[in-house]
Write a protein that binds this ligand. Sequence first.
Ligand code: ZN
Length: 96
Amino acid sequence: MKREVWNERFTFHCLRCDHVWSILYEVRRYTGSGGQEWLVYCRDGRPVRVPHLDGSCVSCGGLRVKVLPKRPETEAGSAPRRLAPAPKAADRSEAV
Ligand SMILES: [Zn+2]
C-alpha cells in the first residue's frame, strides 16, 4: 500500500454570522494494490471528519458553513505542490 501525506488548509465561511476561519489538516492518501484510493484527514495526528462535512461555525455554532476554495499550503516543508482537482476518493475517508 502506498501512502502520501501533505498539509492542506481549508477556509470556512459561516453563512449565518459571516465569520471566516481556517483549519490546517494533514491529508493522507492511501493507494491500495488494486489502484483504489482513499483519503484520511487528520488534525493533531488523529483522523477527523472530512472538512466538507465538518460544518459547524466556531463562532456561533451555525450549521450553514461553506468551504471556500483552497489555496496551496506553503508553510509545511513536506507539502508537495498539487494541481490535481479534488480527489474523488474523499467520500471513502469516513470508513476509516
Ligand atoms: Zn457563525
